[in-house]
Design a binder for this molecule. Sequence first.
Ligand code: ANZ
Length: 842
Amino acid sequence: MDERYRPGEIEAKWQKFWEENKIFKCTEDPSKPKYYVLDMFPYPSGDGLHVGHPEGYTATDIVSRYKRMQGFNVLHPMGWDAFGLPAERHAMRTGQHPAITTKKNTDHFRSQIKKLGFSYDWDREIDTSSAEYYRWTQWIFLKLYEAGLAYQAEVDVNWCPAQGTVLANEEVKDGCYVETGDPVEKRKMKQWMLKITAYAERLLEDLDLLDWTDGVKEMQRNWIGKSTGADVVFDIHSTDKRFTVFTTRPDTLFGATYCVFSPEHPFVNDIVSDEQRDAVADYVAEAAQKSDKDRMDEEREKTGVFTGAYAVNPVNGEQIPIWVADYVLMGYGTGAIMAVPAHDTRDLEFAQKFDLPVKLVVEAPKSEESLGFTGNGTSINSGPLTGLSTPEAKKKIIAMLEEQGVGKATVNYRLRDWLFSRQRYWGEPFPVIELEDGTVKALRAEDLPVLLPELDEYRPTEDGRPPLARAEEWVQTTDPETGKPAKRETNTMPQWAGSCWYYLRYLDPFNDLAPYDKDKEKYWMPVDLYLGGAEHAVLHLLYARFWHKVLFDAGWAHTKEPFQKLVNQGMVLAYSYRDERGKYHYPHEVQRDSDGNGYVLKETNEPLDVKMEKMSKSRYNVVNPDDVIERYGADAMRMYEMFMGPLDRDVVWTEEGIEGVYRFLGRVWRLFIKNGEVNPAIVDEEPTEDMNRLLHRTIAKVTEELDELRFNTAIAKMMEFTNDAYKMETLAKTAMEDFVKLLTPFAPHIGEELWQCLGHDEILTYASWPTYDEQWLTESLIPIAIQINGKRRTEIKVPADAEAKDVLEIAKQDEKVMSYLEKGDLKKEIYVPGRLVNFVVK
Ligand code: ANZ
């Protein structure tokens, strides 16, 4: 046994042992309860891991190890979300095939991750860019297609000329691609769409089944964006045309003073008057340049133009002007609105700018101004609605409209169908072909996989077709069913596709007859704990939930939802140091200033601006896990990842912090090992009372904290144990063994090593989690002297933390005290905390 704590040796030894003996391999075992712990799998970027990645992986590993010791059959897999743009861009620059870059990167990621001693079942590793995997992604696309949920449409897309591809709405911000800042423009293109809107209501409702934070559920709800309201039909004056608006406030119909069409509304051209034709045409052309995001920006000054046409309000026959304005979007509701400036902020701004009438129709509750009031109040100036509360008025007007056939109650969702094509090379080819007559035909399951062809040029073609169009031989194919000539689709699926179902492939990663075995799905699903970054709180989770529901409907999943519990970890930040010119400096170039308050550049003594920031190369503050492991070991790194703060918060990496945890592990080592032997204070004896109290409280607390994923406080408790154990003369071996069990999910290498040093042949991984005995959890009792009229008469024992009123109550229950109290009236009671009680009896 080594005198000193040498993580390097211990860790290499145990990692080798675990791997060679496949200690973490798992199979379905009906005799045990299952527990499925999933990490959001990484995109294997060329930069490798930084210390932020393993934060989540450490947390899930601790849970996995803890659950194994509690007797669960734990599934804990890892793999690679390996399709993606960076590998393709790298290929464009270097000519190296993305598969090669991807393999290099995954090898690097794997070796980095393995050094942390995570208990993954590596036999289940998957790679979404391998044909064995994407064959089944294509298969699921066929399921979507069969269910009528995949269709092609000419749609307005975000076209990024620099990348030569279409982007999803969520990939575009302020008219630019969020990843690169390249400008994005609108174009009409024929694209594959997935009908996620058909699942909007279920995606919303089933959130109630989930053990997710309210914050994430709310983000999903907002994204789906359900609005309840009504469609109202307006005639266009002196034509036979009518149009429908969607409103959430049908009760304000009497206050509609104009209508607005979105510039893309198909009626605009037909209704515009001759005088207004040019102005409207100019306005429509201008609006086409703007993104929906910009158009919805509340801060922007409203613009618009009158069409020259009038609408007829169905409830009072009033003629109101129809305008065109870009604050009304074609993609939402019906693309036309009735404007009620008195009670809608945007309409009011617009009406004020263009001098349109404003009519109050809702009276605000007392003390509030009715103009601009958007809440619930009482209807006024509204014919039969006058006097009704907003909810009553909504009901009544909807009934009236329905009766007259000019409206109905409706529900609208903000959620749009999912644009599912990308003009990229490094993605899943679509399993569809186009026949010579132009019909699009899905392939059959037995025709899969459609392999990605090799290319030596990854750019789009000169005429703007996707890179796959360069693979001419591949594109020209035949219908495998009929032998007729056909063409392949040259778009590929977006990167989201592979991550929509990877949690299912882990269940049965080598199955080449099906995406996975249904019995395995029944055994393992749902995922019991899913952990990953908050950046995936909306899209990845929504898309995966959607696919899961489609698989559920097709009989391929037995749970409605895939991820029962979801936790988002915070970010790991690090200090960055910047000089007055804005240049960043590495931590080793800086030191504290002479008063110890700030930081200066070592060389020039120049003061530096210190900030906690996201780790990035450009800020010179990236901490590489390989270096940390080299210096302190994987166990210290794991523990520090968890000790920095609560899992769901942003935390800051500091050198002092990791050193502190490393010292703690050294202290643990020396508590067990002295002069190369097991510490002679560790004895085969019953634990002392003090030890029992310390141990059982530690077990209780660590268990409770683990159940709540409060790893930092669990570690603090183990530190306390160590400190207290150092003060004891003897340490019962059984108690020290229990402590090693508590420690081992966090620091598994030192855990196994100490376990072995204590004489065990069996490994610790599957030992049973220690239990605690309630009797040792109660606070220790302390003696309190009891005086009657200032004279000591007896002594009682009370819990050390008992409050005054409880102490007095306990004292009065004492028989001896009672006999004195009976002798007269109790005039006064005095308690000197922790020492004595004095009763004055007269
Ligand atoms: C009349 C009205 C009166 C409205 C009132 C609001 C307040 P949410 O809640 O987001 O669903 N609207 C409808 N379609 C629109 C579109 N395509 N582009 C821009 N705005 C649109 O919002 C629904 C409300 O937003 C609708 O209710 C409509 O304005 C507007 F006192 O109709 B409302």
